[in-house]
Structure formats: structure tokens, C-alpha cells
Design a protein around this ligand. Structure first.
Ligand SMILES: *Cc1c(COP(=O)(O)O)cnc(C)c1O
Length: 400
């Protein structure tokens, strides 16, 4: 279980979740490769069968590399406990399965990560669970959407594609007044940028794959929960056999050690680039909650303690082929899904394709940028060349 928070976040990420004395003095908890764990006595085996064995009974039930990651993230975020799983999506789906049952209803933000929506629509509905999507900016108005059968209000703030900042305390107050749980996908902010439990979450979910991993080489997810929800999550995690692999948890812990310095750098560079983009004639709007004047900034300032390098840019209307030419030729901003690594990324994004409760109002194309750890001036030069390609009239190849 997590311990009370007393140190500053930069210190905590360096020290939480490791105990060198237990590992011959090694600074980092080694990768424990183990399936079978041996018992000395029949009495120990029997205790394990009753769930009363103090040690590790089987490799699937919490090897030290796994429990150290769980302990570190739970403590960092101010939760009670955490469970590590093989991906961020697995964290979301497992948490939903743990608290929902047939006949229940859930409210999900219309800005939710696409695969979360897919799971709700394709899978939860098969079990007689109903899902209603709501306007991410609804705030305390969520009260009107809560039904007697509503068990979960699912929040993602900011939305990882469209960056609406949600009023989590207002949503949590309304949900708790009607005995619904608040689940948040806190991947964008990480535990360092948003104190999910202090703002009313019951369960916080992270794609460790993104910033905690930080190097685009590990898939991992973590469910952080409060004391009330912990027994259900622990039960399902054990019953489903979905522990994260010990190698991946090792990489996640390694990433965690530098999370604080990386996020500071990502944010500083993203602010420089967002400011620069805002001045460009091709740009209609920059949506980056950490940027003063951006939509969502006031709520972000009220509730968040940090940001990251991921934000959106709405361009003025321009032909798709021009945008493709801009993106195809970029040297530093590469195209690819996911984000949170050291490298910069850019993709054309289409929030309008998935929404059902609200409309995505943008006249022009929309881009999502991940600002990596490169020098921001190099990144700006890359984008500047891109805008030159965007402006070039295409040369129709007319046969003579
Ligand atoms: C990437 C992402 C996930 C899923 O993480 P995976 O490890 O790729 O499954 C969940 N939520 C958000 C907001 C994400 O960006």
C-alpha cells in the first residue's frame, strides 16, 4: 500500500519503489524472471491456498519488479494501491470490468481516447451495460445525466486528441452525491501534473506506455485506486491473470526516474513552439491548456501542477494535399501513433469522426503534435519548412 507523501515529486520519482538492501545493494530492482515460486513447507502451500501466505505464491501474483512499480505510482499519485497490466488500454478495460455489471449504466466523456470508446461500444454493451457519452465541458451539469443505474462517470482530462479540460471536482461532487464512481484517464498529465485523488477520482488510469515509460519502447499500463475500490480491482487482476511483465515494469521504473525532468523539458519546449505556432498565418488556433489564452487554460491553472508536450493545432482551411505535403517532408517530427517518448511526433487528427454527443467545430484541418526532447529551435525550423511546403501551389502534371 502506498505511503503518505512527504517529499517533492522530483525527489519521489528518484526514490520511490526501490529498496537496494533487498537486492544485494543494487540501485534498481532487478528483473525477476519467475513463474514457479517454491515453498519450504506444506503449511506454507496451504496458507497460500487460503490467500494467507505473506510471500509471493506465483509469478503472476506480484513479482518485486511489478510491485515496486505499483507502489511507486500509487504513492506518487496519492492513491491507495495500484495494479500493473500489459497496456494502457488494458488498465482502462480491466478497471471498467471490475466495477460494472449487467444492467449498469455509465457516462463517458465524448472526448475519450478512441479505443476506450470502442471497448465500451463493442464489449460492455454485450453484457447489458449501457453507455452514454457526454459533453466534456459539462462540469457540474453532469448531474442531469446521472441515472439510478449510473455506476461510473468516466473522465479524460484533457482529452488526448482534442484537449478539453474537464471540471473534475464538479463532476466528482455530482457523481459521488449519486453513488457513482469517478474514473479518470490521467495519461496526459501523469501523476505529477494532476493529483487525481485530491480532485475526486476513485480510480486513475495511466498508459505507462506514454510519459512514464518515456522512450517509445515499452507497453504498460497501471490502475491506481482508492481503498474502497481496491478489493474489486485486486480480485479481477488476479482472476484475469493480467499482470504486466516484469521486464516491462523494469523499463517503466527506469522511465519513472527521469519523469520529472523530462516533463519539465517537454512542457518548456511545447510552450515555445505553441507560442510560435500561434503567430503563424496558417494557424487558426492552438489548443494547449498550459498556454495562456488557450481554451482550457483557466481550469488547467486551477487544478493542474504540470503539463506535457502533447497539444493540438487547428489550421485555416487548406487542401488535404497541402497538409500531406507539409507532413510528408518533415525531418524531425515523425508520424506515428502514441506519444510521450523523447522524440517529436505529428499526425493529422479527426475528432469529428468519433463524436456522438458534441460536434468538433473546426473549419480547417487539425494536427496533433508531440513535442519531444530535441532543441525547440530545430523543431521550429522543421515546422517552418513544412509551412513552406503547405503554401506551395501544387504543380499539376499536364501532359504536353
Ligand atoms: C495511449 C493511450 C492509452 C492506451 O495506452 P496503450 O498502452 O497504448 O494501450 C490510453 N489512454 C490514453 C489517453 C492514451 O493516450
Amino acid at each position: 500500500m502506498s505511503e503518505r507523501r512527504t517529499l517533492k515529486p522530483a525527489t519521489e520519482v528518484a526514490h520511490l519503489g526501490r529498496d537496494p538492501q533487498k537486492h544485494s545493494g543494487a540501485v534498481n530492482t532487478p528483473v525477476y524472471r519467475a513463474s514457479t515460486m517454491l515453498f519450504d513447507r506444506v503449511a506454507d502451500l496451504e496458507a497460500a491456498e487460503r490467500g494467507e501466505y505473506p510471500g509471493i505464491s506465483y509469478g503472476l501474483h506480484g513479482l518485486p519488479t511489478v510491485t515496486d512499480l505499483q507502489h511507486a505510482v500509487a504513492t506518487l499519485e496519492g492513491g491507495y494501491a495500484a495494479l500493473a497490466v500489459p497496456s494502457g488500454l488494458a488498465a482502462i478495460t480491466l478497471a471498467l470490468l471490475a466495477v460494472m455489471k449487467s444492467g449498469d449504466h455509465m457516462l463517458v466523456t465524448d472526448s475519450v481516447y478512441g479505443p476506450t470508446r470502442r471497448f465500451c461500444d463493442n464489449q460492455l454493451t454485450r453484457f447489458g451495460i449501457t453507455v452514454t457519452y457526454y459533453d466534456p465541458l459539462i462540469g457540474g451539469g453532469i448531474e442531469r445525466e446521472i441515472r439510478p443505474a449510473t455506476k461510473v462517470v468516466f473522465v479524460e482530462s484533457p482529452g488526448s486528441l482534442s484537449f478539453e479540460v474537464q471540471d473534475v471536482p464538479a463532476i466528482a461532487a455530482a457523481a459521488h452525491a449519486r453513488d457513482a464512481l469517478v474514473m479518470i484517464d490521467n495519461t496526459w498529465a501523469t501523476p505529477l501534473g494532476f493529483a487525481a485523488f485530491a480532485h475526486g477520482a476513485d480510480i486513475s488510469l495511466h498508459a505507462v506506455t506514454k510519459y512514464i515509460g518515456g522512450h517509445s519502447d515499452v507497453l504498460n499500463g497501471i490502475i491506481v485506486c482508492n481503498q474502497a475500490t481496491h478489493p474489486r480491482l485486486q480480485r479481477l487482476w488476479t482472476d484475469m491473470g493480467v499482470s504486466a511483465s516484469t521486464d516491462d515494469c523494469f523499463l517503466a521504473l527506469r522511465g519513472l526516474r527521469t519523469l520529472s525532468v523530462r516533463l519539465e523539458h517537454h512542457t518548456r519546449s511545447a510552450l515555445i513552439i505553441a507560442e510560435w505556432l500561434r503567430q503563424r498565418a496558417e494557424v487558426a488556433e492552438v489548443i494547449y491548456p498550459a498556454l495562456p489564452g488557450s481554451r482550457g487554460h483557466e481550469l488547467w491553472k486551477r487544478d493542474f501542477s504540470g503539463a506535457c508536450g502533447l497539444f493540438g493545432v487547428i489550421l485555416h482551411p487548406v487542401a488535404k494535399a497541402r497538409v500531406d505535403a507539409m507532413l510528408d517532408g518533415l525531418r524531425l517530427f515523425k508520424m506515428g501513433w502514441s506519444w510521450g517518448g523523447f522524440e517529436s511526433l505529428i499526425i493529422p487528427a479527426h475528432p469529428e469522426r468519433t463524436r456522438t454527443a458534441t460536434r468538433w467545430e473546426a473549419a480547417g484541418p487539425y494536427l496533433r503534435l508531440h513535442v519531444g526532447l530535441e532543441d525547440p529551435q530545430d523543431l521550429i525550423a522543421d515546422l517552418e519548412d513544412g509551412f513552406a511546403r503547405l503554401a506551395t501551389r501544387s504543380q499539376p502534371s499536364v501532359p504536353r
